[in-house]
Design a protein around this ligand. Structure first.
Ligand code: FPP
Length: 237
């Protein structure tokens, strides 16, 4: 991609959809699709970092995904476990700073410990910030923010009349981060599925039929080229 001619969005969000269908098309169980999806996750993260994106948020597991059959949830947790073990050294050479957004209390003690260790080893890195959204739900995130604000009002640390958009934004998992400029969804659906609802008020949305395990660097380039054609007005004219 001739990146010097294109505007690279500061923050990109990706809804990684289509793993199950990818496996089914090949006559394999759905979890195999997640294994391949995890490989795509690693490759594309490196590429996106090299493109100059400052923040990448990947939707790995939603608060609603627990409703899936237990065998599939178990398989996804095993993939996370394996990923988190490998990831302690992953992305080091790329200086990528990994953080996890979502309700960590939903995971096993082992996964929680691995998540903490991963955040610890990456904390001083200065490259792209990678938010991995796990057990993440935007409504849950907003409820959590409302509870924090209510507590601050009860404790008289905050006056109700001083509550504004920043009061909420600063209590989201993405506190202090630039809002997503571009949200990509693979797998052909056109919805946000409880991903970054507050933060995406003015994000450009790009959907591709490509299933997540098939998503390549060139597919990301296409999304960037399309993004460059959009006229962002943020409510103005
Ligand atoms: C959506 O595909 C994918 C998921 C719910 C799980 C995503 C997990 C990964 C990509 C693994 C990589 C993540 C990490 C952090 C290593 P789907 O199952 O909804 O696909 P379908 O729409 O075809 O059913």
């Amino acid at each position: 991609m001739e990146k010097n001619k294109l505007y690279i969005p500061e923050h990109v969000g990706i809804i990684m959809d289509g793993n199950g269908r990818w496996a089914k098309k090949r006559g394999m169980p759905r979890y195999v699709g997640h294994t391949y999806g995890a490989q795509t996750f690693r490759k594309i993260t490196r590429y996106i970092s090299k493109c100059g994106v400052k923040i990448l948020t990947l939707y790995a597991f939603s608060t609603e995904n627990w409703k899936r059959p237990p065998e599939e949830v178990d398989a996804i947790m095993k993939i996370f476990d394996q990923y988190l073990v490998d990831a302690l050294t992953d992305f080091r050479d790329d200086d990528i700073k990994v953080v996890f957004i979502g309700d960590k209390s939903g995971f096993s003690p082992r996964l929680r410990k691995l998540i903490e260790e991963n955040e610890e080893v990456a904390k001083d890195r200065k490259g792209m910030l990678l938010n991995i959204a796990m057990n993440y739900g935007s409504r849950d995130e907003i409820v959590r923010a409302v509870k924090m604000i209510s507590q601050d009002v009860l404790d008289k640390k905050l006056d109700v009349n001083d509550i504004n958009e920043d009061t909420i934004a600063s209590r989201l998992y993405t506190s202090g981060q630039h809002d997503p400029d571009l949200i990509i969804r693979t797998g052909g659906e056109h919805r946000l599925s409880n991903f970054l609802l507050y933060q995406s008020a003015y994000s450009e949305f790009y959907s591709t039929e490509t299933l997540w395990p098939d998503f390549k660097n060139e597919d990301f380039d296409k999304a960037i080229i399309e993004f460059n054609k959009r006229n962002r007005r943020f409510g103005g004219v």
